[in-house]
Design a protein. Structure first.
Length: 554
């Protein structure tokens, strides 16, 4: 983006906006002297300083995001935010490194301070105004106005830097990330380049504020001259009409919408003012030329990273206010897992908006346990439980707070989902064949560090075939030693072996047709549930025989 100056002024390059990916900001010359010149001491809010990069987890594909409703969560977190592309990318990039995860958890914990979050948000909004101001520069035809808008953008930038540093300096931050940013901002503000920028900006604004001129309009003629103490007739006009003011009269004034630019008359007046005060506007043009690269690219990066934290914190804040628990899970290399009072985050967001109750569940996996097989009546919360299981592992790998009051989770390299799919009209495969092919691909690609979520696979075939295929899938998952959830209508799979834990969806004790949506440890017993329903409706063998015999006697 360029500020095109007057013919006698040098050309000025200013930073780009987020709309064109901040190319000019990234390319801008750093004006901090030796600060961070080696790159090693530049702070980041996403990973610790001096961090030796380890391989990250693989980004989940579109099917995984949809199956786990992570796509809904990401869309809600980002909304229409200016940085939505950056935030969405970070929410789709899990880490396998517990050091990175804990680093981010500490930043999130600091951001839970409401005062700090508000102050940081206000400072970042000011930086957003800077980019908005710069984005308007190319739309202005008057050179003087372009340079004036550039000056205002720099003034806002200096103010925002101070606001951000004061916010971090006043808050009891403890995370390595925010402490590093606070130190960086302190050094940045004390650098000779930033101090010169602030002082020159203030002086330039003072100089321009002292400019006074008169505009005289006679018919189609407009004259502009220096102000020499002439009386201000506008005050007299206001006084005259003030006597006619009626507080109870209807206001017929209309507010016209207008852009930042000027019409041709305003532009001509501005040109004449520049001719009246050549020294002042020459100084403004020189100022713009000197500070065309004022926006520090490192600060721009920190700003975008901060929005990752603020956006997710804003997303879960209403749920926390409604009493739903969130925690920062323990993460490590081991696969022993537990979560207390967890729930499907996407569903909870819908329930929070509708006022419905959110059901919470617990689960535990202790060696040699690795796989949860969930069975029970339809519409009992089994799929919701499976989705929550996958969401937990993805969110934990981002360093985000997860749904639950306490948790310990395995950092996986990849999440696989095998959910029931509708038959595709254009596919040459049937549903069963498609299920088998997808299961084969997932099991061949999975490693011992993967997480697999299976939901009602092989539901298009007979129970006998579903059991046989399910046993093969479970056997492969046990051999791989993966952590997994397997939702099924085949009860026999729940007793596959010591690596498998049986959990069932429950119903109300007084009415077996009412689902509680609670998933608890227990033996799979679909026949017992069917018998309870039959009893509730008088359809047991004994009751039916009794009614038939009674009918025969009649």
């Amino acid at each position: 983006m360029r500020v095109t100056p007057r013919d006698d002024a040098p050309r000025v390059v200013v930073p780009a906006t987020a709309a064109d990916d901040d190319r000019a900001v990234v390319q801008a010359r750093r004006h901090l002297g030796t600060l961070g010149a080696g790159g090693a001491d530049l702070p980041s809010l996403l990973s610790p300083s001096g961090w030796v990069r380890r391989p990250d987890g693989e980004r989940p594909d579109g099917d995984v995001l949809r199956d786990l409703r992570l796509d809904e969560i990401i869309a809600s977190v980002t909304g229409d935010h200016e940085e939505r592309a950056f935030i969405a990318a970070r929410l789709s990039e899990p880490s396998r490194d517990p050091v990175v995860v804990r680093f981010r958890q500490e930043v999130f914990e600091d951001m839970e301070d409401v005062g700090l979050r508000r102050a940081v948000t206000a400072a970042l909004e000011r930086l957003g105004q800077v980019r908005l101001h710069l984005a308007q520069v190319d739309t202005l035809r008057s050179a003087a106005q372009r340079e004036g808008w550039f000056l205002d953008a720099v003034a806002t930038y200096c103010d925002a830097v101070g606001m951000l540093h004061r916010a971090l300096d006043a808050a009891p931050v403890a995370s390595e990330g925010l402490l590093a940013v606070r130190e960086y901002l302190a050094r940045y503000q004390e650098s000779s380049a930033f101090m010169a920028l602030s002082e020159e900006t203030a002086e330039c604004k003072r100089t321009l504020s002292r400019i006074r001129y008169n505009v005289r309009i006679q018919g189609g003629r407009v004259e502009v001259g220096r102000y020499r103490g002439e009386p201000d007739y506008s005050a007299e006009v206001r006084d005259v009409f003030a006597r006619l003011e009626d507080a109870g009269a209807k206001d017929y004034r209309v507010r016209y919408r207008s852009g930042p630019g000027m019409d041709h008359v305003g532009e001509r007046i501005a040109d004449l003012v520049v001719r009246l005060f050549p020294a002042e506007f020459a100084a403004l043009a020189a100022y713009c030329a000197r500070h065309g690269d004022f926006y520090d690219p490192e600060l721009r990066r920190i700003e975008r990273e901060a929005h990752f934290y603020l956006s997710y914190a804003a997303y879960i804040a209403p749920l926390r206010a409604a009493g739903l628990p969130f925690c920062y899970p323990e993460v490590g290399e081991g696969k022993d897992t537990y979560v207390r009072e967890t729930f499907d985050l996407a569903l909870a967001k819908h329930h929070q908006q509708s006022g419905d109750t959110v059901v919470r569940n617990d689960f535990t996996l202790s060696a040699p346990e690795r796989i949860i097989v969930v069975s029970g009546p339809n519409q009992g919360g089994k799929t919701t439980f499976a989705r929550a299981f996958g969401q937990l592992h993805h969110l934990a790998a981002l360093g985000c707070a997860v749904p639950g009051s306490a948790a310990r989770l395995h950092l996986c390299d990849r999440i696989f989902t095998l959910f029931e799919r509708k038959e595709q009209m254009l596919s040459m495969r049937g549903r069963l064949e498609d299920d088998v092919v997808r299961a084969q691909h997932a099991l061949l690609a999975a490693t011992p560090d993967s997480v697999i979520v299976v939901n009602e696979l092989f539901s298009s075939t007979t129970i006998r075939d579903a059991r046989a295929l399910g046993e093969k899938v479970l056997a492969k998952m046990v051999d791989l030693d993966v952590v997994a959830v397997y939702v099924t209508f085949v009860d026999e799979l729940a007793s596959f072996g010591p690596a498998v834990v049986s959990m069932v969806s429950t119903v109300a004790s007084e009415d077996p047709t009412v689902r509680t949506f609670r998933i608890v440890r227990g033996p799979a017993d679909g026949l017992a549930h069917a018998l309870a329903i039959a009893r509730a409706h008088g359809l047991t063998y004994e009751r039916l025989r009794e009614r038939i015999e009674q009918g025969g006697r009649e």
